[in-house]
Design a protein around this ligand. Structure first.
Ligand code: DOR
Ligand code: ZN
Ligand code: ZN
Length: 433
């Protein structure tokens, strides 16, 4: 089984590579990268004018299984990942049961293996049942394949629990992923607190609800020496806190989502619940700060926070609607169209933020095109124009505020372990042995 990718712009930030070249895959591994590789008896992918990148990694998705299969399951979620250009995803533990024990983590890994499309790493819960009281069995979770811990979906309110989590994970060398939210400040909030929440008459969630918890978690990381990773960072103040902490030597990383980078709170004016998300879409000054954070390296990676919901949870009064955006199938196009093509983000940095960025945070293999590495690749057609049509999503979650928009720059082919799993928005059946 040999695959030759001809004439693409090969971008591999981990190896500081950006050049028009050919790339040969043999036996599921990257075997050669060079100019004018000619081989007989190979399948050829013509990649002229395409970006040939390491497989994209999304370190923050909600696959919903077990427990909420009506929103998403491991098969549909990994299909969404594959067509979205992702070869690896990490799934959050706010399932039913919660991923707080080895059997649940193993169940997810086995299901994902059976689905046979992309790689799935579970993230274990920080606290038992995500109840915020008692630490889960972290060593068991890691032995069962978890790569980090998080109580995402909600914050860890007790500072002592977070302190112990950071202290304890230090010896395993894994990060604690924190959903930063002061629940008193955010209580009953529907959108970002500011000018538009006043105009639209919706209860606001102040930026400080996030920033207080970011400050606390940074203080606890500093105290313990553990590694804190800030999930879906969304405010200028949070970013500045991370920047300053890193200067002091605190072990910290952070992610931002495509929607927080490209959509502002103004769009809530038509009360479209598909734009209701937690943390909320912020104002343009926050967005500007986040883009600067991408450019200056303060932000380590882009993650979708893919949060599929059932129609009924969104087709209701705005106040009652669930929070979350189905993000896997639009992430690459949104970043390409709104940032790369607008000159706000370098294509090389974009690839870094989706590949070695997340891989380094979690210590995952992958995220590079090194010779001998597993052949996980994302090939992007930067000029492809396509409309976002949620009814055609692989994901069960059709909840996207990008619906109907024509975007430029889409995943062309997704390759996992040397096999094509998706091509131009469709799953390639039998992609895996
Ligand atoms: O919008 C969100 N949806 N934010 C979260 O923190 C959780 C997520 C979900 O699980 O639906
Ligand atoms: Zn969250
Ligand atoms: Zn999340």
């Amino acid at each position: 089984m040999r695959l030759l990718i001809k004439g693409g712009q090969v971008i591999d930030p981990a190896n500081d590579l950006d050049q028009i070249m050919d790339l040969l895959i043999e036996d599921g591994l990257i075997s050669r990268i060079g100019i004018n590789i000619d081989e007989n008896e190979v399948e050829v992918i013509e990649a002229r004018d395409m970006l040939v990148c390491p497989g994209f990694i999304d370190m923050h998705v909600h696959l919903r299984e077990p427990g909420f299969e009506y929103k998403e399951d491991i098969v549909t979620g990994t299909r969404a990942a594959a067509v979205g250009g992702f070869t690896t995803v990490c799934c959050m533990p706010n399932t039913q049961p919660v991923i707080d024990s080895a059997p649940v983590a193993r169940f997810i890994r086995e299901k994902a293996e059976k689905a046979g499309l992309v790689k799935v790493y579970p993230i274990g819960a920080i606290s038992k049942g995500q109840a915020g009281q008692e630490l889960s069995e972290v060593a068991d979770l890691l032995a069962a394949g978890c790569v980090a811990i998080s109580d995402d979906g909600k914050p860890v309110l007790k500072s002592n629990v977070m302190r112990n989590a950071l202290e304890y994970t230090k010896m395993f060398g894994i990060p604690v992923l924190s959903h930063c939210e002061d629940m008193e400040l955010s209580s009953e909030g529907q959108m970002h607190e500011g000018y538009y929440s006043t105009i639209y008459g919706l209860k606001g969630i102040p930026a400080a609800a996030e920033e207080l918890m970011v400050a606390r978690d940074l203080a606890l990381a500093e105290l313990t020496g553990g590694h804190i990773h800030i999930c879906h960072l969304s405010t200028a103040g949070s970013l500045e806190l991370v920047r300053q902490a890193r200067k002091r030597g605190v072990s910290v990383s952070c992610e931002v989502t495509p929607h927080h980078l490209t959509l502002s709170d103004e769009i809530l004016g038509d009360y479209d619940s598909d734009a209701k998300v937690n943390p909320p879409l912020r104002s343009v000054d926050h967005i500007q700060a986040l883009i600067e954070g991408l450019q200056d390296g303060t932000i380590d990676c882009i993650a979708t926070d893919h949060a599929p919901h059932h129609r009924e949870a969104k087709d209701c009064e705005f106040q009652l609607a669930a929070m979350g955006i189905s993000g896997l199938e639009t992430a690459v196009a949104v970043i390409m169209d709104r940032l790369v093509h607008q000159g706000k983000l370098d294509v090389f940095d974009m690839v870094r933020l989706f590949t070695c960025g997340p891989a380094d945070i979690l210590g995952l293999e992958g995220g590079t095109l090194s010779i001998g590495a597993r052949a996980d690749l994302t090939i992007i057609d930067p000029q492809a124009l396509r409309k976002v049509e949620p009814e055609k999503f692989q994901s069960k979650g059709k909840n996207t505020p990008f619906k109907g928009q024509v975007l430029k720059g889409w995943p062309f082919i997704t390759i996992v372990n040397g096999k094509i799993v998706a091509r131009e928005g469709s799953i390639v059946q039998g992609g895996q042995d």
